[in-house]
Design a protein around this ligand. Structure first.
Ligand code: ZN
Length: 201
């Protein structure tokens, strides 16, 4: 068998990222009970540990008046994703709900999505554009699935993408590193940590 251990290519970690709150949004991907909580149907074991980092960003965005958007994985009975992943995030179920610790406030955008990409078949692009948003700080789960597809889809639309690593959870270290490398290398995103990001007017 061929050697399967490969080094992770270098990518830069930004130490400070100052963002204009009028043009920046925090996008929290799929932090729902089914993915985060022990009793969930498709648990990402490290997701709960990312909650403090996401809360820090959420509080900062709210304090400075930056837009907050959530994606919410949403499926109807018989969804074609179920043969792949099993039933999860069934519309209206407990597992579908966004976790209490990150509960959206009135006026914050919640985007129900069917697929990994938060833009596909949703109003997300429209709702960002009409507010003049050009930069997205993306956190949530799962790194190489909904976070990566949403980040890639944003970058293809020429939004600037910032990933706060400690606010993202993956099913393996490989998936996490592959995601960060891809966003940095291909999408020219900024990779950083939650405490390095400030939304300042
Ligand atoms: Zn799903």
């Amino acid at each position: 068998m061929a050697q399967r251990t490969v080094p992770v290519p270098e990518y830069e970690m930004a130490e400070r990222v100052e963002l204009d709150p009028r043009r920046s949004a925090l996008v929290i991907v799929d932090m729902q009970n089914d993915f985060v909580k022990e009793e969930g149907k498709l648990v990402v074991p490290t997701a709960q540990a990312t909650v403090p980092a996401i809360r820090r960003l959420l509080e900062s965005a709210r304090d400075w008046g930056a837009m907050v958007a959530y994606t919410q994985d949403t499926h109807l009975p018989g969804d074609p994703e179920f043969p792949i992943w099993g039933e999860h995030c069934l519309l209206g179920s407990w597992g579908w709900e966004i976790i209490d610790e990150l509960r959206p406030e009135p006026g914050e955008l919640v985007i129900e999505k069917r697929r990994y990409d938060g833009f596909y078949g949703t109003n997300l692009e429209y709702d960002l554009r009409v507010r003049g948003i050009d930069t997205l700080v993306i956190v949530g789960t799962v790194a190489n699935i909904c976070v990566l597809h949403t980040a890639g889809s944003a970058a293809l639309r020429w939004f600037n993408v910032v990933l706060a690593r400690d606010g993202i959870s993956a099913l393996s270290d490989f998936d996490m590193e592959a995601t960060l490398r891809q966003v940095h290398f291909l999408y020219r995103g900024i990779i950083t940590t939650s405490d390095a990001v400030t939304f300042k007017g």
